[in-house]
Design a protein around this ligand. Structure first.
Ligand SMILES: *Cc1c(COP(=O)(O)O)cnc(C)c1O
Length: 382
């Protein structure tokens, strides 16, 4: 939906924030939580200030102890693994499936150590990890299953929304996400009452409500050292407005992905276009990002930038090679699929208001690049 059409709805919800005068953890947040629970089918949706804090609080609420191993994919947004450190755990990396870019169940079985207590796959770009297979491995090794479903609003597998296949998951409403706020916001999703109660308290200085039913009447006692991860009502208001057009935005994203596929199939130099793996009935994929893999990625990025076309690199450094994880002692070659994706993947312009003419323009530029043999050496290998 275009911003002009969305604006009256935003004005209405933001107006309500000013009318009732509570700008943090107020009525719009409570309404958004209900709307998210209804949309995803989660018993509980708990609004927080970012997807990253949602991950940290979820891990803490699930009983992560200092030093616990948390198996995470070696290729994801850095918060998938830094949240583990912030919660006191230790990331243990697992290679990905090169088609879905999500944690590979066979690699998970091999990566498990005696310290492993949790596994947290991430659902990236357009589809979920193979949750049935991952749940089998998790059960076999006694691991608690969580999901970094920050990118995965609208994605479902075997009838359940992303985030609800283990003990809990998260959503991120960072502005570029499928459902984006005008700033930072996030949520925890869970069907588990105990986890919901704990996250609810932890986001608000540990002032746990005795139960969620009592929630507005929170305790004045601090039962656990919590933090301030409350959600702003202005962001909740924006999200309530945008949630009403989420389904039409998702449908538009699917059309745009088809348009890209038609125009890019068979173009030389492209290693991979997005390929959705169907898993059972009542599953749904959602194009959050249109990510392709190409042979000379950095040169293509330069070529497109020179024509005024913005691209985004997801994710330029695999997690095991990030300096902040140097002490885990990994080196290049440890997770080959994660490394290959980091080297070749690039996301093309992709948002619901994009036009098919613009997609034509992008695809012509990609095709022109693939037929250009002479790339100036100075622009190679950034
Ligand atoms: C966006 C994202 C996050 C973090 O969410 P923020 O709201 O930006 O804190 C975590 N994990 C993944 C996979 C993401 O894409």
């Amino acid at each position: 939906m275009t911003f002009e059409r969305l604006w009256p709805l935003i004005e209405k919800h933001v107006g309500e924030v000013f009318d009732n005068g509570k700008f943090s953890h107020g009525r719009q947040v409570a309404e958004l939580e209900q709307a998210l629970a209804a949309y995803t089918g989660a018993r509980y949706a708990i609004g927080v200030n970012s997807g990253t804090d949602a991950l940290v609080l979820l891990l803490r609420a699930c009983g992560l102890r200092p030093g616990d191993g948390v198996l995470v994919p070696a290729y994801s947004f850095v918060a998938t693994a830094t949240s583990v450190v912030l919660a006191g755990g230790r990331p243990e990396f697992v290679d990905i499936d090169p088609t879905t870019y999500a944690m590979d169940p066979d690699a998970l079985a091999r990566a498990t150590t005696p310290a492993s207590r949790f596994v947290m796959p991430a659902h990236l770009f357009c589809q979920m990890a193979d949750m049935a297979a991952l749940a089998d491995v998790a059960a076999h090794h006694g691991l608690t299953l969580l999901e970094d479903s920050a990118e995965a609003i609208g994605m479902r597998q075997h009838g359940s929304h992303a985030g609800l296949h283990g003990r809990g998951g998260v959503l991120s409403f960072f502005p570029s996400k499928t459902l984006g706020a005008l700033g930072d916001a996030g949520a925890v999703l869970t069907d588990d009452r105990e986890i919901a109660d704990l996250v609810s308290g932890l986001r608000h200085h540990g002032r746990c409500a005795p139960t969620l039913d009592d929630f507005p009447r929170i305790s004045t006692e601090t039962t656990v050292p919590g933090t301030n991860s409350k959600m702003d009502d202005i962001q909740a208001a924006i999200l309530l407005a945008k949630l009403s057009c989420l389904e039409s935005d998702i449908a538009r994203r699917a059309e745009l992905a088809d348009a890209y596929r038609e125009r890019l199939t068979g173009v030389p130099g492209i290693i991979r276009l997005p390929e959705v793996v169907e898993r059972g009935t009542d599953s749904a994929h959602v194009f959050y990002v249109y990510l392709i893999e190409v042979e000379r990625r950095d040169a293509l990025v330069d070529h497109l930038t020179g024509r005024g076309i913005a691209t985004e690199i997801y994710y330029p450094v695999p997690l095991h090679l990030q300096p902040c994880f140097a002490e885990l002692g990994h080196s290049r070659g440890d997770f080959p699929h994660a490394e290959a994706a980091s080297e070749h993947a690039v996301a093309l312009p992709f948002y619901p208001d994009l036009t098919v003419d613009q997609i034509d323009h992008v695809c012509e530029a990609v095709r022109a690049f693939s037929t250009t043999t002479a790339i100036p050496a100075s622009r190679r290998g950034r």
